[in-house]
Design a protein around this ligand. Structure first.
Ligand code: JFE
Length: 229
């Protein structure tokens, strides 16, 4: 799979050189490149922003550099993702859908966002989605894109060392994680729940499921409500 990003801050994406994702890139499971939008400007100041028609605070990203970048980077097989607080919510199911794509391009805005015609133009070239990382406003699309790339990349076979953890995740999908413990069995007066040291695997599985359900009821009851999905 190839993943690209178009951004005025390509350095954000150096986070992807680290850890598992860096290894996946070394193994050529994923190819990644961050394109600097300013490389597609022609003026001395490498301008990417302008004031909004109709007035209002702040600046918008002007369309021309995006058009030139897209003409170089997009193919009919690309999915372009505009990260935006106005997009559909990013879910595990979204990551699963995107993990089977050949080529994803993250278009990362800054300022107050991007001229709408950039989205409309991209739709004439390939598949396009507007996706929100969550219901809060970031200063730009880069951090949202990095989070989405990590969620997508770990679903690609070979990226995660322990494929069993993906199987366990899909088994417990829709519930929050149960609490986990490691050694020592007693630490600062706090003990590991006895069932986990019992060796009774059926009892352990039942306890973990019950803990997951109780946690979900307490902090994310929306996940248990079929209406909300
Ligand atoms: C951009 C900005 C003022 C946005 C109402 C480009 N989940 C998520 N939160 N924030 C973003 C995504 C995001 C993505 C791209 C972005 C924020 N901004 C900042 C400023 C109003 C905005 O939208 C610019």
């Amino acid at each position: 799979m190839r993943i690209d990003a178009v951004t005025i801050f390509p350095d954000y994406f150096s986070a992807l050189d680290l850890s598992l994702l860096g290894k996946a890139r070394e193994k050529s499971l994923i190819e990644f490149k961050a394109y600097d939008l300013r490389d597609y400007t022609h003026d001395k100041h490498r301008t990417v922003d302008d004031s909004p028609y109709g007035g209002g605070a702040g600046m918008l990203m002007k369309p021309e550099p995006w058009g030139e970048a897209f003409d170089e980077i997009l193919t009919p097989e690309t999915t372009v993702i505009f990260t935006s607080p106005a997009g559909e919510l990013f879910k595990q199911a979204t990551a699963e859908e995107l993990a089977s794509q050949k080529h994803i391009v993250f278009a990362c805005g800054r300022y107050e966002g991007i001229d709408q015609r950039v989205v409309d133009y991209a739709k004439t070239q390939c598949k396009v989605r507007m996706i929100s990382l969550g219901d809060y406003v970031l200063n730009g699309g880069e951090v949202a894109a990095i989070a989405m790339i990590e969620a997508i990349a770990r679903l690609i076979p070979g990226v995660i060392g322990n494929a069993e953890s993906l199987v366990e995740e899909s088994h417990s999908a829709g519930l929050l994680e149960y609490p986990s413990y490691t050694k020592p069995a007693s630490w600062r007066g706090l003990d590991v729940p006895e069932v986990l040291t019992s060796g009774n695997h059926a009892a352990i599985a039942a306890w973990r499921h019950e803990q997951a359900v109780e946690r979900t009821k307490a902090v994310r009851p929306d996940l248990l409500d079929p209406e909300s999905r």
